[in-house]
Design a protein around this ligand. Structure first.
Ligand code: HEC
Length: 418
């Protein structure tokens, strides 16, 4: 029942997160577009009112005429839209998802004893610390003297996030590291809105209300953070979908893959922002393409090992051999039966090196190579093979109802290995 409820919370949380994320990123893409398409107002009366730029557009069967003031209108309008809840709700639902999947089920999704054998509470603590440290260090860098020089600041932020990528991938499972990296950047983006951009705008509104010129420093800070958010967007979106692609996060060079794809994302964004000003150089796009090509070639899987001619021969590939024959005596017959079923029906896909055609990495990163893999994922195994029968996918490996019954019985009697 618990897994079922969690599954629903997962669906609803993800849905809202996507909707609000689209609203946030969509609005920010739109305003970057808008800012870069303004031209001087045609009507001299508009220029006199203090309008610096305008743009006409057509959408959904209506003509729109957007105007941007050089500083502020002489009189503030009654209703002023702020665009902030999109950011906050995206962050809050993101935290909800992170906690529900990666912290609540840390032993499945966040901890990989092959990377670091850490306890659940330590893993969660490190997860939280990642988000807090990410913001504090980033904000410190922006406010330090480096903050005066956009290029130096950019380089410092880059070095910092690379170090974080390295640490995270040596602390958490691949997918856990990637999602925490994305959550760290997402937290920085939302905190930029909350701590810098909104207070800056508040000051502008207050100044405009009493007819004074707003402090240009507040506007400049807000602009700097906004530009950073623009560059973070594509890398963050990559990390959000990365857990569907085990090939990106499961290699031992995953920190480098993460950083290179982030660079490629930022370069693509640079190109699209510049494109608004006419035909920019395509160099950023070419570099991004070259980065992807290099990653794709470097990570191509080595050909699968040939199946042994005699299927009854003992397993010789010890790395993949799931049963340590010497230790067999310590497992219960029920567990051994379950493990046998898993080997027959699941591990052709769900192994570090799948043998099933069409799979170069285990789907969703789920592997059942060792007894521990099976025991800690008992709920998921039961959910997938008994409750929903979603697995084996398309019943490609022809799992029988008797085998599902064995798993159900093992699960109900406590899902132990002894
Ligand atoms: C033919 C390949 C294949 C076989 C065999 C297979 N799976 Fe899967 N499995 C997949 C794919 C593909 C996904 C990812 C599905 C998705 O993204 O929704 C998956 C996902 C899963 C997940 C994660 C589901 C989730 O939503 O997080 C579990 C757990 C799982 N499989 C268990 C099993 C078990 C247990 C078996 C054996 C009884 C099995 N699978 C056999 C291909 C396979």
């Amino acid at each position: 029942m618990e897994a079922y409820i969690v599954e629903w919370l997962n669906l609803l949380g993800r849905w809202v997160h996507m909707i609000t994320g689209i609203a946030w990123i969509g609005a920010s893409f739109y305003f970057v577009w808008l800012d870069n398409h303004l031209h001087a107002p045609k009507d001299p009366a508009d220029a006199e009112k203090g309008i610096g730029g305008e743009v006409w557009s057509l959408h959904g069967g209506g003509f729109y005429h957007a105007q941007k003031y050089k500083v502020a209108p002489a009189k503030l309008p009654e209703v002023l839209h702020w665009f902030k809840w999109e950011a906050y709700t995206t962050w809050m639902t993101g935290m909800f998802m992170l906690a529900l999947i990666y912290w609540y089920s840390a032993e499945i999704y966040l901890i990989d004893p092959g990377v670091a054998d850490i306890s659940k509470s330590f893993a969660v603590l490190m997860g939280i610390l990642t988000l807090v440290t990410g913001w504090l260090v980033y904000d410190y860098l922006c406010k330090s003297p480096l903050g005066q020089d956009d290029k130096k600041l950019g380089a410092a932020i880059f070095v910092f996030v690379t170090i974080m990528a390295f640490i995270l991938t040596h602390l958490f499972s691949g997918r856990g590291a990637f999602i925490h990296f994305g959550a760290m950047l997402g937290t920085i983006m939302a905190a930029n809105v909350y701590f810098i951009i909104m207070p800056g705008q508040q000051k502008m509104v207050e100044a405009a209300a009493i007819g004074e010129l707003p402090d240009p420093k507040a506007a400049m800070n807000a602009k700097q953070r906004s530009v950073h958010n623009t560059y973070f967007t594509l890398p963050v979106l990559f990390t959000m979908i990365s857990n569907h692609y085990a090939m990106t996060y499961s290699s031992s060079w995953n920190w480098l893959v993460l950083i290179l794809i982030s660079i490629a994302g930022a370069l693509i964004r640079i190109y699209f922002v510049k494109r608004h000003f006419g035909e920019p150089s395509k160099t950023p796009l070419y570099i991004a393409g070259a980065i992807f090509l290099a990653i794709i070639i470097a990570m191509a899987p080595s050909p699968a090992p040939k199946p042994t001619a005699d299927a009854t021969a003992p397993v010789t590939n010890t790395a993949a051999a799931p049963v340590n024959t010497a230790a067999q005596g310590t497992y219960s017959p029920t567990f051994l039966a379950v493990q046998g079923i898993m080997q027959a029906r699941c591990t052709s896909c769900h192994a570090a090196q799948p043998t099933q055609a069409g799979f170069s990495a285990p789907p969703k990163g789920v592997v059942f190579d060792t007894p521990r893999d099976i025991v800690i994922q008992a709920t998921q195994i039961h959910q997938q093979t008994v409750a929903t029968k979603a697995m084996p996918i398309g019943n490609l490996t022809k799992m029988t109802d008797e085998e599902r019954a064995v798993i159900a019985q093992w699960y109900q009697s406590g899902a132990q290995e002894k």
